[in-house]
Design a binder for this molecule. Sequence first.
Ligand code: NAD
Ligand code: ZN
Length: 362
Amino acid sequence: DKLTVSVRDHQYDVYVGSNTYELFSTEYAELLRTTDKIGIIADAHVAELHLPLLQKALAHSGREVSVKIVPGGEKCKMPEVYVECQSFLLTEGFTRNSLLIAFGGGACGDLTGFVAATFMRGIRFIQCPTTVLAHDSAVGGKTAINMPEGKNMVGSFHQPSAVLFDTDVFNTLPASEMRSGLAELVKHAFISDPLWTERLLEKEQFSTPSIEWLEQELLQGIKVKAEIVGEDEFENSTRKYLNFGHTFGHAVEAASGFGSLSHGECVMIGMGYAFLLSEKYGDIPEGFTNRYLHFANNNGYTFGPVFSYSFEELLSYMQKDKKASFGKMNFVLLQKIGEPFVKEISSEECQAAFEEFKAKLK
Ligand code: NAD
Ligand code: ZN
């Protein structure tokens, strides 16, 4: 199944399903013909498990394919790895007519996108995402690497030429990474659609879904993301809504040193907190937060980390959030399900909600 993303004058297709890489011999044969060299930047874990699948699909292109393996997961976004990738392309003789392919989760996609955005001032790239979370990260053109001073601090906007989401690689995805991606999926439902939200909250075995179900849901999630990005590529207005659950979620993620919990699992925590605020400052009915927490607990998400850090510690991270301006915290909240808005919340209000949140979790 496919979906078209339009950002300004640039359009590209996102395919989700089994055998998606076969499109390199059909839909994208022409693109490969107009490229002199192809470079795959592959996450080490993913390469070990699935690289032959992609290489086989590219073998018909008649183009030379070079592979650069980068550390698995978030480590590939270190500046050293970025520089290594650029040197690799230069020594391998890549030019402005070359093509890069990102093969891995959101981390590898962010790195590869930024390498592509900056190599010779920008070359084309294709996203071949391998995690459920990447339905979020592979669409929209945000690319970045991390600095010792902070995550995603150096980056650019660079839209891919295509996104080929092959669900055959999901069979090796760890359960925590599945939960991580599904958290962003429910986020897309919460900010856009009450009926879809109902369906997800009532879904049995939500965190161990069938591939057929997942494909349809991911397409829906990508549609929400694509519409928002099409409206507001540079995050001046509605793109902010995609940060629902992220202010508090990021704080928990940062306090835990990025590692013990996946990004989406932290966002799941953050959305609980944001629902509580939405009960207070929006029209979300009282009791909805409890229902949400019940759903999350039933599906293997944990809220333990909320008790591991002091409010002051979490607050310091929330105030450093990229959405904060002049030290004030701007939260994305929901007026109703499907109706996000941005509200400035004082640190006192945050603290009161934090105590209530802990009481609910006990
Ligand atoms: P990830 O890329 O770190 O991958 C998670 C782990 O799963 C890694 O250890 C990886 O090696 C492994 N893995 C990936 N695919 C696998 C597979 N098929 N089988 C087995 N193991 C596999 O994590 P992620 O959650 O995909 O992405 C998170 C990153 O995405 C963060 O760096 C975040 O900043 C970024 N992100 C970017 C955007 C954006 O708009 N650009 C949006 C959201 C998140
Ligand atoms: Zn996120």
